[in-house]
Design a protein around this ligand. Structure first.
Ligand SMILES: [Zn+2]
Ligand SMILES: [Zn+2]
Length: 401
C-alpha cells in the first residue's frame, strides 16, 4: 500500500522533505514531535513530588556545570555525605553482630541466649546482602579473551583498572550493580552501534568505575542493599498491624470481648509501632541521603563519563547521543535520527533511572565541544577485534545449559 506523501506541514504550511517510509515531521515548527511525558501519568502523588524535586536538583547541577565545565572532571563534594550514610549502615550491622556476640558471652539463661541469638542473627541474615559473597559465575579470560583485552585498552584510556570478568545484558534486563572488576555490556545496544559507538559504549561503562560516582562504589551498593533488607523487614509489620487492627475493631463492633484481653491487645498494638517507628525513621533518613545526594553526584559522574566516551571514541556529541537513544542506527536516515533526538529531548526521556536525560547529556557535550581543547585522539581498536568481541558476547548471552 502506497502512503500518501505529505507535501506541506499541516501546522505551518512549510514544504516537507521526503521521509520515505519513516514518520513525517516538520523540522521548521516541530509538528509531529510529541513532547508529553506519558510515564508521569501513572505515578503516585509522592512519586510525582519526588520527581519534581530531583528534576530541579538535576537542572541546577547541570546549569552549574554548563557555566563552569572545569567542574565536570572533579568528583562532586556531596559524595562524602553518601559515604558517611553508607558507613553508618555498616556500623549498625557491626553493632548488632557485636551485641549478639556479647549476649552469648554473658551468664544469662540459655533460653534467653537462644532467643536473642535467633532475633539478632536473623536480623543480620535478612538485612545483609550475603549473596554477594558467593563467587561470580561470569565469564573470565578463558571465555572472553578479546573482550577483556579490548576492555583493558579502553579502561587504560579512561584511567580505570582493567576488568576481570564480563557479563552481558539484553532486552533491558535489570542487572545488579557490581564493582569495576566486572565489565557489563548491553548486547542490544552493542549490536546496534558502529565501531566508534561501541568504543564509546565501553568507555562510558568503564568510566562508571573511576570513583566519581558514589552510587557505583561497593561501600554504597552494599549499604543500599542492606537498607532495602530493612525496608522489606519493616514494611511487613505496619500492614499486618493495620489488618489486625481492622479485625479487632470489627470484632468489637459485634460483641464485647473480655476487658483484660482487649487491653493487652491494645497495648501490644501500640508497642510494635513505637519500637518500629524510630528504626523506620533512621532507615528512611539514610535512604534519603543516599538517593538525594546520589542524584546530583551521579549526574556529574555520568556526564563526565560521556565526556570521556566521546573523547576516546572521537564521536561528535549528536552522533554519540543518537547512539544512546536510537538503538539500531544502521540504515536510519539523518532526518529520522534527528526526529528521535528531538522527541527524546522534548519528552525529557533517559536510558534508565541512573542516567541523566538525553537532553542534559546533549547540552553538556555540546558545551564541551565548543571549548578550545587539544585535538581528539581516539583510542585505536581494530575492526577484527570488535568483531571477535561481538562473537564472544553473543556466545555469552546464549546460555547453553
Ligand atoms: Zn511545520
Ligand atoms: Zn552511565
Amino acid at each position: 500500500m502506497a502512503r500518501v506523501r505529505l507535501e506541506n506541514c499541516p501546522a505551518c504550511r512549510q514544504p516537507l522533505p521526503d521521509f520515505g517510509d519513516w514518520p513525517a515531521w516538520c523540522p521548521a515548527c516541530g509538528w509531529g514531535i510529541a513532547g508529553e511525558d506519558a510515564s508521569a501519568v501513572h505515578m503516585s502523588r509522592f512519586k510525582r513530588w519526588w520527581r519534581r524535586r530531583t528534576d530541579a536538583a538535576e537542572q541546577s547541577e547541570l546549569q552549574r556545570l554548563l557555566a563552569n565545565p572545569a567542574l565536570l572532571s572533579r568528583p562532586h563534594p556531596r559524595r562524602f555525605a553518601i559515604y558517611a550514610a553508607a558507613a553508618a549502615v555498616h556500623l549498625t550491622t557491626l553493632a548488632i553482630v557485636a551485641t549478639g556476640a556479647w549476649i552469648m558471652t554473658t551468664g544469662v539463661v540459655g533460653v534467653i541466649k537462644i532467643g536473642a541469638g535467633i532475633v539478632i542473627f536473623g536480623l543480620v541474615f535478612i538485612t545483609v546482602p550475603a549473596y554477594r559473597l558467593r563467587p561470580s559465575k561470569a565469564a573470565g579470560k578463558a571465555d572472553a579473551p578479546t573482550t577483556l583485552t579490548v576492555g583493558a585498552t579502553v579502561a587504560a584510556a579512561v584511567g580505570v583498572a582493567a576488568p576481570e570478568r564480563v557479563r552481558t545484558r539484553s532486552d533491558g534486563q535489570p542487572l545488579r550493580p557490581t564493582s569495576g572488576r566486572m565489565l557489563t555490556v548491553d548486547l542490544d545496544r552493542w549490536q546496534g552501534l558502529d565501531a566508534p559507538g561501541r568504543i564509546a559504549l565501553l568507555a562510558h561503562e568503564r568510566a562508571h568505575h573511576n570513583g566519581h560516582d558514589p552510587r557505583r562504589s561497593m561501600l554504597v551498593i552494599l549499604a543500599s542493599e542492606t537498607l532495602d533488607g530493612w525496608v522489606a523487614l519493616l514494611r511487613q509489620d505496619p500492614r499486618t498491624a493495620a489488618r489486625r487492627q481492622h479485625r479487632t475493631s470489627a470484632f468489637r463492633g459485634r460483641s464485647a470481648g473480655p476487658p483484660m484481653g482487649r487491653g493487652l491487645v491494645g497495648l501490644s498494638e501500640l508497642l510494635i509501632p513505637l519500637v518500629i517507628a524510630p528504626v523506620y525513621v533512621v532507615v528512611f533518613t539514610l535512604r534519603w541521603v543516599l538517593r538525594e545526594s546520589g542524584d546530583v553526584a551521579g549526574l556529574r559522574a555520568e556526564l563526565y563519563a560521556d565526556a570521556l566516551a566521546t573523547e576516546i571514541s572521537g564521536l561528535y556529541p549528536t552522533a554519540y547521543v543518537d547512539g544512546l537513544i536510537g538503538g539500531t542506527l544502521g540504515g536510519v536516515p539523518d532526518l529520522e535520527r534527528e526526529r528521535r533526538r528531538r522527541m527524546a529531548v522534548a519528552a525529557g526521556t533517559r536510558s534508565n533511572a541512573m542516567h541523566p536525560t538525553y537532553a542534559a547529556r546533549l547540552d553538556m557535550l555540546t558545551a564541551l565541544a565548543h571549548r578550545p581543547t587539544a585535538p581528539r585522539t581516539p583510542v585505536a581498536i581494530s575492526a577484527a577485534d570488535l568483531d571477535a568481541m561481538t562473537r564472544e558476547l553473543v556466545a555469552l548471552s546464549t546460555p547453553n545449559e
